[in-house]
Design a protein around this ligand. Structure first.
Ligand code: HEC
Length: 200
């Protein structure tokens, strides 16, 4: 019976590992498929922020309406809580929030970086239009790759995302996305794709 016990323990340990990373929720995750507006409720009302393409959103309750309730989870530099980043000091923007959305912010923890700045780990409940999310992030990256590979080789060889770090890309892409004639949505999609596939 020793073997069986070990097996169960191993399975249990694996389940714990799988639950690590982003806070896990029973209903799973959806992924923003565009630079999409966030809302304070299931219908009506103006937007209370935006979420960037590819951002994982934990589903609170998979209702059947036009919008679903989700959680944005990430890090804000203390004093700059309008912007939620992927990790402390990692300039990958996940969401921007108005004061109305920030009012419902839940503080999960805090961390101080080497430079002495305090970072807040936050979780924010919001609503997102169902048409603005995808079940798999691969759908989002496939669309981004298609656009990037078609338009970023007009003037020079394609520069792979892994040739720069996530924090280096925004400055370069600010210029290059204008070169490529991208609109706001296209720029948001390719920027996030390049950052998520950047040099570590
Ligand atoms: C209209 C022409 C044009 C298009 C389209 C274009 N680029 Fe460029 N790119 C240039 C030129 C010219 C340079 C070299 C001069 C410079 O650095 O600005 C360059 C330089 C670069 C560099 C090196 C810059 C640095 O500072 O290290 C990268 C990386 C790059 N491009 C990526 C891209 C990506 C990604 C796209 C698509 C979003 C793109 N380019 C679209 C013209 C273009």
């Amino acid at each position: 019976m020793m073997l069986k016990k070990t097996g169960t323990a191993a399975l249990f340990a694996m389940a714990i590992t799988l639950l690590g990373g982003p806070v896990a929720h029973a209903a799973g995750f959806v992924y923003a498929n565009a630079l999409a507006p966030l809302y304070a409720g299931p219908s009506g009302g103006g937007s209370v922020g935006s979420v960037t393409p590819g951002t994982p959103l934990a589903v609170v309750a998979p209702g059947s309406g036009v919008r679903e309730q989700v959680l944005v989870e990430g890090w804000s530099r203390k004093g700059s809580d309008a912007v939620v980043l992927q990790a402390p000091g990692l300039n990958i923007v996940l969401a921007k929030l108005t004061p109305a959305a920030r009012a419902h912010r839940k503080l999960l923890g805090q961390r101080r970086d080497r430079a002495g700045a305090t970072w807040e780990h936050v979780e924010v409940p919001v609503w997102v239009a169902r048409r603005d999310v995808a079940a798999s992030v691969n759908t989002v990256w496939a669309a981004a790759y298609k656009l990037y590979s078609a338009r970023c080789k007009a003037c020079h060889a394609l520069r792979a995302p892994g040739t720069r770090t996530a924090n280096e890309w925004p400055r370069i892409l600010n210029v290059m996305e204008k070169n490529a004639g991208f609109n706001v949505q296209q720029a948001a999609l390719v920027t996030k794709y390049m950052q998520e596939h950047a040099k570590k």
